[in-house]
Design a protein around this ligand. Sequence first.
Ligand code: HEM
Length: 300
Amino acid sequence: MTTPQCPLHGQTHEQVRGPTEAQGTEAIVHAENAQLDFSRSMSYGDYLGLDAILSAQHPRSPNHNEMLFIVQHQTSELWMKLLLHELHAAMQHVAADDLPPAFKMLSRVSKIMEQLVHAWDVLATMTPPEYSAIRPYLDNSSGFQSHQYRCIEFSLGNKNAAMLRPHAHHPDRLAAVQASYQAPSMYDLTLQLMARQGLSLPASHLNRDWTQPYTASSEVKDAWLVVYRDPERHWALYQLGEKLADIEDAFRLWRFRHVTTVERVIGFKRGSGGTSGVGYLRKMLDVVLFPELWQLRTEL
Ligand code: HEM
């Protein structure tokens, strides 16, 4: 009997698959000369500190689904850590008039935010009875107390003194949140950059008490209109404006997916952090981080 030939390749199936499949993957690894002994050198797990990361999941309930809940929050916090790393570096570059690296970092911030948006798909598999089984074990803990999330909000300009309070008992977290609270936001730094580039900005928005929430200004909108009406002339600022719009766009999607997932899982019950729950989160949908960047579009 002849060995059948593959109609696509005109070879025997053994030839198409090659010797590797016949020998198994162990032979491949040996043939590749991969390093297999890490008794004297740093391995993947060593470099990444995986022992610490993978031993940080401590379900408090006997319920199977609590692992999803924990890992979802922990991975979100890791992405937030990277987001802050990029955002704060981008802010320093904007303050130093060094825009190309800032653009690169801000693009990454948007992509991280999109990653966090997609992550809701996994948590949305948690049903109300699954969550109800673990809810008593959460006590009063809530994402509301995420200090990294608050740093992101503050660095993007949504300042709110009340949100410092949940961190008062923890000096390191408080210091991080306070630093973002007291510093000019990404948008404040952008307006200062626009002024340095010759655009007319109101003094009230160039030097102010940075702990106060940002208030929209028609003069700031006019300055952005100058940029958006002649993009070729103000290309860098135009690009920066669009990078910020990308970030706010993705952030809005995150807030929306959060509130929708919360409604799906707990309906209109109060949150573990003590707010009205969906009612509170819906109010947060109205937050506008870079108001003039949205307003100007109506007038173009
Ligand atoms: C089934 C899962 C979840 C439920 C039921 C839920 C519910 C809630 C509720 C009700 C609030 C309002 C504050 C409160 O009273 O607790 C809140 C806030 C918050 N949650 Fe979640 N959440 C869930 C998953 C997540 C995840 C995975 C994250 C990712 C880190 C997250 C991050 C946050 C943040 C940052 C806030 C504060 C929002 C703000 O103040 O604008 N939540 N959550």
